[in-house]
Design a protein around this ligand. Structure first.
Ligand code: Z5A
Length: 204
């Protein structure tokens, strides 16, 4: 069996984490091995870097470099070996998140992003990306209901998430073949059904 690389994306609170288990189960039901992982993170070093980028103040370019450093380890240690043995990788965020958050949110030059992407994964892109799209105001209200200590990104203003959302949608337009935009404003079961329909279209 050939491995496939699936990613889920969206602004903070859009609801992607709520559907990761169901997506993995849909893959598993086809008889494939599933590797569920996340970014930043996914390796011991990547998880240490995650702690830094989520909690320590830093320059925007430093932030982008750390995201890509964690990603390189993740690709070399986890993603590529899994795909090579025929497993399916379901990853909570990948480089589209850097495009959305660091370019869209923080203003990182898109040409710098393209250079880093070419260095870190010149030939690897997800086979399919499921983008949970939601108005930042609605997402913020959902996050507030969780009542946990917010990280550096979660403390950003609604306008930041508006720019992140726009950058995601821009990326979805320029990579229309692999992106599947899910309307995340509907009730949980309806979002799940849209995701499953998109999965069936992406991986017939
Ligand atoms: N980041 C970056 O800047 N650059 C990069 O390259 C990468 C990441 C890779 C951590 O990501 C941060 O890293 C992220 C971007 C940055 N920061 N932010 N903000 P993360 O993915 O680990 O963290 P997250 O985005 O904060 O994920 P999350 O907290 O798990 O949110 P979510 O997955 O979008 O939502 P959720 O937990 O599934 O749902 C949120 C709440 O809404 C929860 O109470 C649900 O029960 C509820 N919910 C979900 N769906 C619905 C529906 N349909 N209706 C009503 N309520 C719902």
């Amino acid at each position: 069996m050939t491995g496939r690389f699936l990613t889920v994306e969206g602004i903070d609170g859009a609801g992607k984490s709520s559907h990761l288990a169901a997506l993995s189960e849909a893959v598993r039901s086809r008889g494939a091995e599933v590797v569920m992982t996340r970014e930043p993170g996914g390796t011991p070093l990547g998880e240490k870097l995650r702690g830094l980028v989520l909690h320590d103040a830093m320059d925007g370019v430093t932030e982008a470099l750390l995201m890509f450093a964690a990603r390189r380890e993740h690709l070399v240690q986890v993603i590529e070996p899994a795909l090579a043995r025929g497993a399916w990788v379901v990853c909570d965020r990948f480089s589209d998140a850097t495009y959305a958050y660091q370019c869209g949110g923080r203003g990182l030059d898109r040409a710098v992003f393209a250079q880093l992407e070419a260095l870190v994964h010149p030939e690897r892109q997800p086979d399919a990306t499921f983008l949970f799209d939601l108005d930042p105001g609605v997402a913020a209200a959902r996050q507030r209901a969780q009542r946990r200590e917010p990280d550096r990104f979660e403390r950003e203003a609604e306008a930041f998430f508006g720019r992140v959302r726009d950058a995601y949608l821009e990326r979805a337009r320029t990579h229309a073949k692999r992106f599947h935009v899910i309307d995340a404003s509907t009730p949980l079961e309806a979002v799940r059904a849209s995701l499953m329909a998109a999965f069936a279209r992406a991986c017939p």
